[in-house]
Design a binder for this molecule. Structure first.
Ligand code: WTA
Length: 646
């Protein structure tokens, strides 16, 4: 038996002590199964509503769901004010640590003041409920404050990851019609200040909806300034009153848009609303991580530019009155033990991160975590891609000291919150499997026709009942919403785009995307997006992009390009230039690991590029079936281009 098969057979029962006092016990599944809507209504009771709902779910017009119909609440009030009112103002909301080592401790009372001031500033700038506000920020507390200030006044935030290019920012501003951009002069990454404002200037110059740019001073670097449009956060926000009365909004009031890659070149604006979203992020954060607000110190290592940051750095933890760690920089700055140092320093009890990070730590070696006191940890989480059993076990042993359960959480930008994961006080864990649909969630594995498959089979993952934190639509494009997610198996079945296997016990194993979406270090990037960027370069005639498996990042981007006649002899410099071009066009995370210049691409008779074959080449596998190729000698030509020895 190989090491990994052996690991796959191992079980890790819930630690007795944890099971004995876990927030949720085994009965939760039964309860949710008997009365799914009642279960979610009970979860919603954990929030503070200005007006109770009349109906838990309106699913009369699928796939357009309404949750907690008639209910009203203010999301920011739920995340901040109510904890202060209940006497927890002095509790730390965030232990923030900048990459250079500067720190800020922010209590719930201070967070409330900051959010109120920012809300007053937004109002002064003419931002109204329903307006969109773009947020393009480093990982600093003002990013959270800006999000909550939007939520407080009913404006819809649209956070763009700070690593994205000005082009990516511009297209998102245009699609969402944002009236304000909140940004910073820059942030710290890998030991030096990196700039953000120039990308904003470029992006805003090409759009026409933005009236103001609000800039947080973080690095003190010089920035270009457009009088009348640009304003310093410190000038506008700091002088505001700390009093702001939160208005209650409808449960279905839009909370945020988050763009994510799909199978076409243009990213989709996933729309999340208020009551259902907050209900499910808060409940899952509490149940999946067994969060004890009085004693835990919780750390999600993601960037707030991704959904993981929205749901499990901001909304879930704050709604539950958690104390969180927030860190600005990279794990290797100024040394490879930085994260472990932070766990030791803040006595982190729950750590939530991605398999790609674990594999990087594995590469660096177990001596590094061994040099720190990690005994405060009691629970670990994983998200973003399947965690291979070897990484699971390494995480369990070298970070969790062999005592912490690992909660592997499957979910998506679209689902808003955890959907398939073990419960730490209940489930006997299987390394590598996300195992069980969360209580109140109906997930199935089906064949191509939508028939449910029995145990021990492989198929497609679908969700067969609506859930509170589901996306409501794609911003401005209801048809695309229906086509993308709710047409393959009819309007009642959500097609997730992931392959999945059910094992003999009925546990679910996620197998990666079945569409043309790549997963690089837990980030979703569409092959088409990178292809269109490449062909936009004057030297490129045609491009095909695949995600090839990569030991650290999960998948790596490999591009095959056919050059235009005039560019054919340009060699290595051109490859470098193309990589740079994609970096600039989309962002560094989309820059191909490898670019191969080829004469032809393998296509089916109907002209579709056979990515499967290209993936075989990129992963150095024996070629699969090539009988549907128009010209099977194409593959020989491509193989000749491979570097020697591969
Ligand atoms: C993948 C991130 C296996 C999956 C929250 C999904 C996972 C996509 C897991 C969503 C996991 C995420 N096991 N695969 N625990 N978590 N995925 O929108 O392919 O950035 O469809 O949301 O990541 O990525 P997204």
């Amino acid at each position: 038996m190989s090491e990994s098969t052996e690991l796959e057979g191992r079980r890790f029962p819930a630690p007795e002590q944890l099971a004995g006092q876990a927030n949720v016990g085994p009965d939760v599944y039964e309860r949710a199964a008997q009365d799914r809507l009642g279960f979610w209504a009970e979860a919603a009771e954990r929030l503070t509503w200005a007006q109770r709902w009349d109906e838990v779910l309106d699913w009369s017009n699928p796939p357009f769901a309404k949750w907690f119909v008639g209910g009203k609440l203010n999301v920011a009030y739920n995340c901040v004010d109510r904890h202060v009112e209940a006497g927890h103002g002095e509790q730390v909301a965030y232990h923030w640590e900048g990459e250079p080592g500067d720190t800020r401790t922010i209590t719930y009372a201070q967070l409330k003041d900051e959010v109120c001031k920012a809300a007053n500033a937004l109002v002064e700038l003419g931002v109204q409920a329903g307006d969109r506000v773009a947020i393009y920020m480093p990982m600093i507390p003002e990013a959270v404050v800006a999000m909550l200030a939007c939520a407080r006044i009913g404006a819809v935030h649209m956070v763009v990851f700070g690593g994205f290019s000005s082009d990516a920012l511009a297209s998102r501003i245009t699609d969402s019609g944002a009236v304000l951009v909140v940004t910073a002069d820059g942030g710290y990454r890998r030991g030096s200040p990196s700039a953000l404002k120039p990308a904003v200037d470029e992006a805003v110059g090409r759009t026409d909806s933005v009236r103001n740019v609000l800039v947080v001073r973080r690095t003190e670097q010089d920035v270009a300034w457009t009088e009348g449009r640009d304003l310093w956060w410190q000038d506008v926000v700091d002088r505001q009153s700390t009093e702001h009365t939160a208005e209650a909004f409808d449960a279905e009031h839009p909370l945020y848009i988050m763009y994510t890659s799909g199978t076409t070149a243009s990213p989709k604006g996933i729309l999340h609303t208020s009551g259902g979203y907050l209900t499910q992020v808060a409940y899952t954060h509490w149940a999946s991580f067994d969060l004890k607000p009085d004693t835990d110190v919780f750390w999600t290592s993601a960037d707030i530019g991704w959904v993981t940051g929205h749901s499990y750095i901001v909304y879930g933890p704050l709604a539950n009155r958690a104390t969180s760690v927030m860190y600005e920089g990279t794990p290797e700055t100024p040394h490879r033990g930085r994260w472990f140092e932070l766990i030791e320093k803040y006595r982190v009890t729950i750590m939530y991160t991605a398999p790609t990070v674990i594999r990087t730590f594995m590469k660096w070696g177990e001596d590094i975590p061994a040099g720190f006191d990690l005994t405060s940890l009691r629970l670990l989480g994983s998200v973003g891609e399947p965690i291979n059993p070897e990484a699971w076990l390494w995480y369990h042993k070298n970070i969790g000291g062999g005592r912490c359960p690992i909660v592997d959480t499957w979910w998506q930008t679209e689902t808003g919150a955890h959907m398939i994961n073990p419960l730490p006080g209940v489930t006997s864990l299987k390394p590598g499997s996300a195992q069980t649909p969360f209580p109140g969630i109906s997930a199935k594995v089906v064949d191509d026709e939508g028939n449910e498959l029995g145990d021990d089979t492989t198929g497609l993952l679908v969700l067969t009942e609506p859930w509170p934190s589901m996306l409501r639509t794609i911003w401005g494009d209801d048809d695309r919403y229906v086509d993308t997610y709710w047409s393959r198996f009819g309007k009642q079945v959500y097609f997730a785009g992931d392959g999945a296997k059910k094992d003999a016990d009925g546990d679910i194993w996620l197998l990666g995307r079945v569409d043309d979406v790549m997963n690089v270090s837990g980030h979703r990037i569409s092959t088409t997006e990178v292809e269109s960027s490449l062909v936009a370069h004057p030297a490129v005639a045609e491009a095909a992009v695949v995600g090839a498996s990569d030991p650290t990042t999960g998948q790596g981007i490999v591009a095959f390009v056919i050059l235009r006649g005039s560019a054919e002899d340009s060699g290595d410099d051109l490859v470098k230039e193309l990589r740079q071009h994609v970096r600039k066009d989309i962002g560094p995370i989309a820059s191909p690991r490898q670019i191969m210049v080829v004469q032809e691409l393998p296509k089916t008779r109907s002209g579709k590029i056979m990515r499967r074959l290209l993936r075989d080449i990129a992963e150095n596998r024996e070629l699969g079936d090539v009988t549907t190729l128009t010209d099977s000698s194409v593959m020989g030509l491509i193989k000749d281009k491979l570097p020697a020895g591969s």
